[in-house]
Design a protein around this ligand. Sequence first.
Ligand code: MN
Length: 728
Amino acid sequence: MERPKKKLGVYRDKRSPAATNEPFGDEAPLEPEGRTLGGAFVVHLHDATRRHYDLRLEIGGVLASFAVPRGPSLDPDAKNLAVKTEDHPIEYLEFEDVIPEAQYGAGPMIAWDRGWVDYLEGPAEEEIPRGKLDLRLRGMKLRGRFALVKLKKSAKGDEWLLFKKKDAHADPARDVVSELPRSVLSGLTVEELERRDAIGAAWEREALGLGERGAAADLFAPGRPPLAVARAGVPSREDGLVYDAELDGVRVLATRDGDLVSLRRPSESGSQRGIEAFYPDVVRALRALPLTRIVIDGELCAFDESGRPSATLLARRAERIARGEPHRAVAEIPVVLVASDLLVAGAADLREAPLERRRALLEKVLPPLGFLRAAPPLEGALARIVASCKALGIAGVVAKRRDGRYDASDGGWVRIGTGAPRTRVEIVHETQDKVVVSNRRKVFFPEDGLTKGDLCDYYAAIAEAILPHLAARPVILVRYPDGIAGKSFYQWNVPPGMPPWVRTTSLVDEEGTPKRGFLVDDAATLLYIANLACIPVHILACRVPDLAQADFFTIDFDVKQSELRHAITLAKTLRELLDAIGLPGFPKTSGQSGLHVLVPLGPGQSFDTACALAELVGKLLVERHPEIATMERIVKRRGAKVYVDTGQTGASRAIVAPYSVRAVPGARVSTPLAWDEVSPDLDPGRFTIATVPARFARLGDPMRGMLEARPDVARAVAALDALVRRAR
Ligand code: MN
């Protein structure tokens, strides 16, 4: 299949995937093409050849990008030049790093702001060509209405102006870029980003002067985390106390050790699983910190419009993530870890250090404004604190000794109720494995009137048959967001914000670029990818964890320039050949017009062996039927012959899976056949999403034997060798 032209072509042309640390993701549209009414946004501060801010807005599955030399302003009279640059992949939302020297855009880049953007005047895809984009931003720093307007006299046609519209968030007196210079992820300035290791080391030295050098293994061990708890009561004396307001959120022990981040709740009993899959924004921020080893006690909070923590919002976000809308849920409802204690910093265990020293260090190592924040403790007379908390609807405060150690055993902390009612919202961190199919009625096969709902129903109905063929294999999607008449694209990378229950694996694509692919091991994941408008499901001929080993090879009989009856003759000869060398073969319709024969090899075979076998078998076939078969790679030279394609086997060669739907009229299915069906009356057009589930119910899977086959490959290679020598 020909690869469609990508929106990200310019982005990729400018960068070398082997040399840059920037992401190389695919398009990942949230909405049907051309209808983006909202999305995520990020503002990067980029210290390249010339320092500038990059405003990136999610539109149609990519980030439309504008370089703003002076940065955004809250003054409606300040019209700032914004030069439209190449679209960036969605994964760039998470990017913060130093782009290596000699690469495009070399220099440090911090995530200066992040949030959600609404397009107020209609789909952004329609507004951009008109040269006007009305935005409402809900970021950590930028809020309210902004406009981007294209300059009519722009020489290259890419010069726009960015300015604040008049509203409650406009403020000509404030200089937001100099007032709030730090990253919302790491808390570093763009200058500090290049020195982050040194900064982390300095903080660790400071921590070692405060606490003990220690492994703190109990804090990193899975299961119920050793968090300090407060007992109810009234403190005997008020001097030497500070207070923490009880926030409406989820209490967690957040740990980071290198790349390993976990978020665990005090209620977690024996469970190995944390809840970090529900908080990718907080996890990303923990990974951005200069301290690569850290343990924080804190509360995960989502803030409502008035700035109050809202458990209702948290519950809604968790529910949407479980339902399979993580990217949107995370961008629309950001979560902040409000940290009240620092237990480990680098190699230092701080639990014996005085609380106020721990908190002072905590304030230093966390961003002042971002996904991680230090909670300011409340100080003063208890009665006044209780009264003001009650007025804010806060149900309790926790009294802690300023000089107290962190004690998970006896509860040195005292909880004092304020009289405000406690909110009781249940936040469920369980995935329901439930996939809701969106746009069910969208027509995907216009000639047949079949819809996206029909496609998804087919995959749900055939799950039992297809899943054993997909299990543990990297799966590559070919997505058709507008059905088979619209544009399509290969998706080697999983889109951002995967549901927490979807399994993925690292792999490399055809160009050798590292990617993260799907593993489709259950019916929910299968339905999830169908709902991403994936029509054909492609698999690699290997299974995790041994991605360098081929467990089958494919002979593809392509009849575009010939006839099916010749492919049938060739497939039958192939079967005889395979019989002679002791290998089984399993035929299926390609789902277009030809035939595939899959030859299982069992475990432990290299791709080199698989490719060599395929090539030799193909050559023997052509030698036996030179009048109807060719292996000529150049299409024009093939003549009216069946093309015996043996090139579909390779470490990054994806082939269409058994029971996969094809993006052709009729919604044909690549259908496994019994050998006696490989006969002149075979009609591949009979196998469609309408007929194949019933066929499977009636006949079972003719290809089931693929999965258990353990042929003697060494003997087959020797036998084939003898055959070839005899033929010469
Ligand atoms: Mn830039």
